[in-house]
Design a protein around this ligand. Structure first.
Ligand SMILES: [Fe+2]
Ligand SMILES: [Fe+2]
Length: 262
């Protein structure tokens, strides 16, 4: 059995808050929870938006805090990240692409692929032909090995009218590729700051809450001009993956009030 922790969207800043939430307190609470209760996990995957603004100072401070994890961590890029600073400051696994933060991690229970869906300068994502070629080759080589894919941007609509304007722009081609391969067992997606599960082209998927701030439910209606985070607590995902078995538990690691002014 592979046990892993899944964390998303820390939006770290070295000082100040983000939309009334303190990223340092929230991230530390997540790390404390993992160290206390899930130190037997093989690693912690962090599905993008590592920082909120992408400055060197933020990444340096983030690295220092993440080094407090007793399990290794696998960092991923989101729309808020800077690939150059990311690569200089965070530990990117070696089996991956040179120009993208896209890599694979082999485990006895399957292959983990962490994809780069960033489109620089945009909050929406993309998946260019270079990344698609790498992915096709990884899926070809996997043959019968189960493959678990982590990515920041959703490649499909999620019935979230506001977030759906910022998903992966060529998701149809991406999903068409995945649907050709029976080895693809599950997608794990960040970016939307809200938990949703379902299937797409027959492939199960889950999205995850942010460790920092949560997006409100679609109703009552809201838009980006009036956006305010929902007063909902954050989650971590605890994953247990075995032979033809995927179990994801959404775990609350602190109260909403922790790191906010209530
Ligand atoms: Fe985010
Ligand atoms: Fe994002």
């Amino acid at each position: 059995m592979l046990k892993a922790v899944w964390m998303s969207d820390p939006h770290f800043v070295n000082d100040g808050d983000v939309l009334g939430h303190d990223p340092r307190l929230r991230l530390q609470a997540a790390i404390d929870h993992i160290n206390q209760h899930h130190s037997d996990a093989k690693f912690c995957i962090i599905s993008g938006d590592m920082v909120n603004r992408g400055t060197r100072t933020d990444y340096d401070a983030l690295r220092k805090i993440l080094d407090g994890l007793v399990v290794p961590f696998l960092p991923m890029v989101g729309n808020h990240d800077d690939r150059q600073i990311f690569r200089k400051t965070l530990p990117v696994p070696e089996f991956g692409m040179a120009d993208f933060i896209q890599y694979s991690v082999e485990t006895p229970n399957g292959l983990i692929l962490c994809l780069d869906t960033q489109k620089p300068g945009s909050d929406a994502g993309t998946f260019c032909s270079t990344r698609l070629t790498w992915l096709r080759s990884a899926l070809e080589n996997a043959r019968d090995t189960p493959v678990y894919i982590f990515m920041h941007h959703p490649p499909m609509l999620l019935c979230l009218p506001m977030q759906d304007t910022e998903n992966m722009e060529n998701g149809e081609a991406f999903l068409g590729l995945l649907a050709e391969y029976d080895c693809v067992k599950h997608l794990f997606i960040g970016h939307v700051h809200r938990p949703i599960t379902g299937t797409v082209k027959g492939i199960p998927f889950a999205t995850m809450r942010s460790v920092l701030y949560q997006a409100p439910a679609p109703l009552p209606e809201w838009d980006w001009d009036s956006f305010a985070p929902a007063k909902e607590p954050p989650n971590l995902g605890i994953l247990n993956i075995g032979n033809a078995f995927v179990n994801l538990q959404f775990v609350q690691f602190c109260k909403y009030e922790h790191g906010t002014n209530g």
